[in-house]
Design a protein. Structure first.
Length: 293
C-alpha cells in the first residue's frame, strides 16, 4: 500500500474517532435507551427504580469523575463538558477566571455560574429495561455530603463489592424517587433513598453476564462533548445553533431562518445527510443533583 493511501486511511480513522458516537447508534431511539434518568413521570408523586452497577474491566472504580459546566443557554440549562480536565483550552473557565479576578462588585458571584462542577457517571443495568443493555447514569457530587454517591458509600462499606457479578457480594440497588420543591416553588425529582437488595448474580445466564460486562460502550459515546467553537459562543453570550447548510454551529447573530435548529444539539451523523436530532434527556433534568446551583 502506498504512503498516500496509508495517510488517507489514517486520516479517515482519525475523523471517524473524532465523530464520537456517530457510528454507535442506528437511530435517535437507540441512543436514548442508553440514558438512565431519575425523573418521575408527570402525574406521579413517587416511584421506585432498580439498578445494578456494572463492574469495570480493569477493576477500577465504576464511579467515573467528570466535570461539567451548568450553563443557561437560550433559557435551557445545559451540562457542557469542561475540556480543561484534558489540558485543553476552556472558554467558560476563562470567563470564570476573568470575573473572579475583576474586583468589580457582583462579578465574583457571577463567576460561580461559569465554574465547572464534578459529576459521577456509572454504567449500569436498568432492571426494568434489561433489554436496553448497559446504560449510563450521571449525577452531581454534593459537597454537603447528601448526594447519590454519599448514599451508596455506606452500602459499599457494609456489603463490599456491589458490582460483583457472581452474587457473593454483588447486589441490586433500589432507588426511591420523590418530588420536592425548590426555593422558587418549582417541583423536581430527588433520589430520597437507596436500599440494597439481597445478594444475587448479575444474571442467571453466564453469556448475558459476559455480554454486559464486555460491552465497549463508554459514557463519551452517549454524552455530548461540545467543540471549542461551541463553548466560545456560549462564553460570549451567544446561542449556538446547528446550520445544516454550513454543516457547523453558528451563533444567533449569524444563523438564518432556514438554519436547522435543534436546541443546541448537533445531529449525530457521520456524513452530511439530514438525520433526526438527538437531545440529551438529562440536559435539563430537574432533580436535586441537576439543579443549576
Amino acid at each position: 500500500m502506498s504512503d498516500l493511501a496509508q495517510s488517507v486511511l489514517a486520516q479517515y480513522e482519525k475523523n471517524k474517532a473524532a465523530s464520537g458516537n456517530s457510528g454507535k447508534f442506528s437511530s435517535q431511539e437507540e441512543r436514548m435507551k442508553k440514558y438512565f434518568t431519575t425523573i418521575i413521570p408527570k402525574g406521579k408523586r413517587e416511584e421506585e427504580r432498580r439498578i445494578r452497577i456494572l463492574p469495570t474491566k480493569d477493576g477500577s472504580t465504576p464511579f467515573v469523575e467528570v466535570k461539567f459546566h451548568e450553563i443557561n443557554v437560550d433559557g435551557k440549562w445545559l451540562k457542557l463538558y469542561d475540556p480543561a480536565q484534558e489540558g485543553k483550552p476552556s472558554p467558560l473557565n476563562d470567563v470564570h477566571d476573568a470575573l473572579a479576578s475583576s474586583g468589580e462588585e457582583g462579578d465574583s458571584e457571577l463567576a460561580k455560574s461559569y465554574y465547572s462542577r464534578k459529576f459521577f457517571i456509572v454504567k449500569l443495568i436498568d432492571r426494568d429495561n434489561e433489554e436496553d443493555g448497559p446504560k449510563f447514569w450521571r449525577f452531581k457530587n454534593k459537597v454537603k455530603g447528601d448526594g447519590i454517591f454519599d448514599k451508596i458509600i455506606p452500602i459499599i462499606r457494609k456489603k463490599g463489592d456491589i458490582t460483583d457479578v457472581t452474587g457473593e457480594e454483588g447486589c441490586d440497588l433500589s432507588l426511591t424517587l420523590a418530588l420536592t420543591k425548590a426555593n422558587n416553588g418549582k417541583e423536581y425529582s430527588i433520589v430520597s433513598a437507596i436500599i440494597p437488595d439481597d445478594k444475587s448474580p448479575l444474571h442467571s445466564d453466564p453469556e448475558k453476564i459476559k455480554e454486559w460486562v464486555d460491552d465497549d460502550l463508554t459514557w463519551k459515546d452517549v454524552y455530548s462533548i461540545r467543540s471549542n467553537e461551541y463553548l466560545e459562543m456560549v462564553a460570549n453570550g451567544e446561542v449556538p445553533r446547528w446550520d445544516n447548510d454550513q454543516k457547523k454551529y453558528v451563533s444567533t447573530s449569524t444563523t438564518t431562518d432556514e438554519a436547522t435548529v435543534d436546541g443546541g444539539t448537533k445531529p449525530e451523523t457521520s456524513d452530511e445527510k439530514k438525520e433526526p436530532k438527538i437531545k440529551d434527556p438529562q440536559a435539563e433534568e430537574e432533580t436535586a443533583d441537576d439543579l443549576p446551583f
